[in-house]
Design a protein. Structure first.
Length: 263
């Protein structure tokens, strides 16, 4: 029978066992070391650290393979890891090879079977089939039709950086929509259980996040007004839309200062 004791782990002992297994495999294969593909994520970082522990830093090489859709943070974080571990690393951009093989063309064709509007510069993520229905509902919503489709600029996963009272806050916005004559629209997707819930009350749980988003976009775009839409994926056709004027944006700054002071 499963119990909490099954989750207990002697980290030092387990890391030692894995390191011993790595050494054994390298010896069996008659290799001089290991090449580890680094993505900047947790999994490859742990593997690289274990290889360094097992083989020594001079016998581990980090390999970065960015392509056109790779996040810039992946290479930055991966290089930070390589420096921290003291291992050499190389970069092999595989975008030209993928492009020559027609991968990007076929990729866009496949995406357009689900999202005909998909165009150059759009971002995307792979999702399980069960997650496609909320996506279709969002694409068919009135907010998407009125504010997103056909907008002059619609960018996904937009990084933000804002300084408040000597503290720098970083993050990313799911979708930033800009149209001349209209305030910037910030769209944030939420996976909360929303069936039967009051969506306005759910959105209030994220008041600090909203304040950070509103302040960051207002400062970056020198805007006197911004709009935020919280799209709960269980009910994407009912976004919670709020407008932030100068008074609300300044109040957001003070609210963030108070939260920082409490940390």
């Amino acid at each position: 029978m499963f119990s909490s004791s099954d989750l207990e782990l002697d980290v030092k002992a387990e890391a030692g066992r894995i390191a011993q297994s790595i050494r054994a495999h390298v010896q069996t294969l008659r290799k001089r070391g290991a090449i580890v593909g680094l993505s900047g994520g947790v999994d490859s970082s742990v593997v690289a650290a274990l290889c360094v522990s097992a083989l020594g830093r001079d016998k581990v090489l980090g390999l970065f393979m960015p392509e056109r859709d790779s996040s810039a943070d992946a290479l930055r974080l991966g290089r930070m890891l390589a420096a921290a571990l003291g291992i050499d690393s190389i970069v092999e951009d595989i975008a030209p090879a993928l492009d020559a093989a027609g991968c990007y063309v076929r990729q866009q064709e496949a995406i357009r079977t689900l999202v005909p509007e998909f165009g150059h510069g759009w971002k995307f993520k792979l999702a399980l089939p069960a997650l496609l229905e909320p996506l279709r509902a969002w694409l068919g919503s009135s907010l998407f039709a009125e504010r997103v489709r056909g907008a002059a600029s619609s960018r996904a996963e937009v990084p933000i950086l804002v300084g408040v009272d000597g503290t720098v806050l970083r993050g990313s916005i799911d979708l930033l929509v800009e149209q001349p004559g209209s305030p910037p629209l910030i769209v944030d997707y939420k996976t909360d259980a929303a069936a039967g819930a009051d969506l306005g009350s759910l959105a209030e749980r994220y008041e600090i996040q909203q304040a950070i988003y509103a302040l960051a976009v207002a400062e970056a775009r020198d805007a006197t007004e911004v709009e935020l839409a919280y799209v709960f994926l269980e009910r994407p056709e009912e976004p919670v839309l709020t407008a932030w004027g100068q008074a609300e944006i300044e109040a957001a700054r003070h609210q963030i200062k108070e939260e920082i002071a409490r940390v």
